[in-house]
Design a protein around this ligand. Sequence first.
Ligand code: M6R
Length: 607
Amino acid sequence: MCGIFGCVLREGKAAPIIHQALKRLEYRGYDSVGVATIYDGRLQIKKDSGCVDDVHKKLDLNDLNGMIGIGHTRWATHGAPLMINAHPHTDCEGKIAVVHNGILENYSDLKAELLVRGHLFASRTDTEVVPHLIEDYMKQGFAFLDGVRETVKRLEGSYALAIIYANEPDKIVCARSQSPIVIGASDIDSCVSSDIPTVLPLTNKILDVQNGELGILTANTLNLVRISDGTPIQRDLRTITWDVELAQKQGYPHFMLKEIHEQPRCLEDAMRLQRRYIDLITTFLDRSREIYLLACGTSYNACLAAAYMFSNLCNLSTHPIIASEFIEQYGNAVNIESTILAVSQSGETADILHAIDHARFKAATILGLTNTIGSTLTRVSRAYVCQQSGPEIGVAATKTFTSQLLVLAQLALSLAEVRGKVSQERIDEFEVKLNEITHISETVINTQEEKVKAVVEKYRTAKCFYFLGRGINTATALEGRLKLLELAYVPSIAYPAGESKHGPISLIQEGFPAIFVCPKNETRKALIGNIMEMKARGAKIIAVLDEEDQEVKNLVDDYFEIPTGIPEILSPIPYVIPLQLFAYYMALARNCDPDKPKNLAKSVTVL
Ligand code: M6R
């Protein structure tokens, strides 16, 4: 996730306006910053790695002339967070400048084609193919606008683009597929941005750009056309009435709720990982004698689920381990034949880095799964993969959890393929389901949120909850519990449901709420037994269940429904969503701020 902004004015300097806009967009990434303007028929560019303030201190981002310009703040995906990879990127002649938010899936093919045609590349980004491709079309005789349209027609993946051309200094061209972009219009200027809050200090008149559309902005005019055939689109400006703070949350009252709703898009991005990262990690996993899955908190719950994935798909046992326990539990056992797959959203969690130090000392191979390129974890790992969820502002991990699960499932599938542990038929079926998970998650959010609110009303004063599951959904239950206790401060208990009879059931009394994660899979029969033993002792049963499971619906007091037909190893992704919403609305019902839980920090950098 990156932030892009551009503006074209009738008078004055664009650069200071772009600089301020990039400050507001910094929540979308701060690996590098860049601005390009057009002055005197030439592009002027300043860019470097680092956050907006640091780059401004070094380069003075306001000190660029010109009434038109574009800017970018980067969350690295392709290419390290270095100056060379900072946007804007340009063509060979330095006349076309491009900023981009998104991931171009076919960039290597396009780059190979452009290299053959003599284009020279300065960066390792996917974005740089765009200015070169436009240049190439223009050399073939296309006018600038047509060259842009031909170029974006060939892009696969996600993009929000803003483009300027030194020979046509009156316009910015923008285009959209999957990544957000809006146009703002005032009496004296026009702008384009990744989000509405950044536009609001300039104007509250917004023109939405939809997927498959191209926008052309001058200081006085705004035009939209279809990318496919160039036909004009008529759309009215709308007036935004939010204040800036509400707008940063895109109309959601809290970042946590916004991030829960972002999950379908993040899952889509997690499906766009470059194959070579998955392949590299798979190679390391394949040659290890033993694999430790190392993490804390929510990321640990993802590792626990991953252990079931590797076992189910690859017949491989792994050791999920809470990082702060690693040295005590496995410190002596780990050796040159061990592999550590460390999972950390931030990539900076001290417990993980400390455990990794120890494992490196014992010559183990370190692999990483993180959301933060450039983090310490990426530096200490032999190979790493970025889950590409974009910054998570809410302290509670939500969208990063489901994306971690999806990346881990892809790794398990890839290893299963390499080891010949699954039939082609099963792989094909599984890939279909992987591609459906985005839509399924969207359905769960859309259909279950109101139900969650109603169930919260019934149980808002409960003193304690049980969260129970079996198999891979033990991890889902643990994650539901973690969300509820860290946000709503409700003491909660979670464990594999089969353990009830070994002790915890003694707490159950009339009215005690127990939440069961109950997909229709091989554990269901045993789980029904666990539901019955709780019911017999007066527990109130809430279930997250398959929408077609009438038998369990008849047994329980309340339920949340999940679309049918999800393979077991992907089930934690949709099944955790009602539990995230439950924790969020319980926090509200108990007057707790879900974005600022007590005593917690987003990234725990102390031991
Ligand atoms: O950045 P990491 O994934 O390493 O963070 C791990 C935990 O600190 C984190 O998941 C924490 O448990 C969150 N508060 C969970 O919502």
